[in-house]
Design a protein around this ligand. Structure first.
Ligand SMILES: C[S@@+](CC[C@H](N)C(=O)[O-])C[C@H]1O[C@@H](n2cnc3c(N)ncnc32)[C@H](O)[C@@H]1O
Length: 258
């Protein structure tokens, strides 16, 4: 299976609970659109739209919104949840729109999951009108006081490949400049999420399929994971509380004259 097919399946499977798990995306979507500040009536393309965190914020501003995603499951939900948005199943690097079709191309937490972000940025510039705006959010890797949980996951399930060569904010600005965007700005966003107790943290992990992952381990290993998890979570709870420290960087640029 190619990485594109894998990604499609992953997001198809996540579509119905996506914004429940990733509770910060709606907030970041609003802030990203605030940073881009499109005028009412502006033609906005949300790429890798997911459940529409960015698209919704653009609709609220009176924009004419098109949303695309490579996952059929996400596109189906976009169509049923937001009938006024034009939703299409398309890949970010092959946008089926004529040159200069949009005033703003926005993408929330997309570029970090692409194999070839440069190809997508070139396509974003192509479909933007001259002087149009690009706005991208990028997840900031924050481990902080949750280091114990990352170590636990690595010990039982191996290190997640995604974080090994994660796209940095500096690298993204370089790619934006190389793709022909200038007047680049960057805004940092912090989204701490306090969890009431260890059980609440467990329930949040459960939404992401941790119980199913544990079923792939021998029963004694699964029990060991649970014990180590609750011991680590109790300790964090007692030492200042459990907080998920999410963060994002918002990148904005303008399509430079060709
Ligand atoms: C991390 S989610 C972000 C969703 C949404 N933008 C948000 O801010 O909540 C990434 C989304 O990009 C989509 N995606 C992944 N690879 C893509 C590609 N090559 N082209 C278009 N969409 C893609 C996924 O299906 C998923 O919906």
């Amino acid at each position: 299976m190619t990485s594109t097919e894998q990604s499609r399946r992953k997001y198809d499977a996540l579509a119905d609970r996506y914004e429940e798990i990733f509770f910060y995306v709606a907030d970041v979507g609003r802030r990203l659109v605030d940073v881009a500040a499109p005028q009412p009536g502006a033609r906005v393309l949300d790429v890798g739209a997911g459940r529409g965190a960015v698209a919704r914020a653009a609709l609220v501003r009176g924009c004419v919104v098109t949303a695309v995603d490579s996952s059929g499951g996400m596109v189906a939900r976009l169509r049923s949840d937001h009938p006024t948005i034009t939703a299409r199943q398309l890949d970010a690097s092959r946008l089926d729109f004529p040159d200069g079709s949009f005033d703003l191309v926005a993408a929330g937490f997309l570029v970090q999951v692409l194999d070839d972000p440069a190809a997508a940025l070139a396509e974003f510039r192509r479909v933007l009108a001259p002087g149009g705006t690009v706005a991208l959010s990028l997840e900031r890797q924050t481990v902080g006081r949750l280091g114990w949980l990352h170590e636990l996951n690595a010990r039982f399930f191996g290190s997640p490949g995604e974080t090994a060569d994660a796209l940095s904010a500096d690298r993204l600005d370089t790619l934006l400049a190389e793709a022909g965007f200038d007047r680049l700005t960057r805004t940092e966003v912090d989204i701490p999420k306090p969890m009431a107790d260890p059980r609440a943290l467990w329930n949040w992990l459960a939404l992401q399929g941790v119980p199913q992952a544990l079923e792939t381990l021998p029963p004694d290993r699964a029990a060991e994971f649970r014990r180590a998890f609750f011991a680590g979570a109790e300790e964090m709870h007692d030492e200042g509380g459990i907080v998920l420290d999410f963060g994002a960087t918002l990148h904005r640029g303008v399509s430079a004259p060709k």
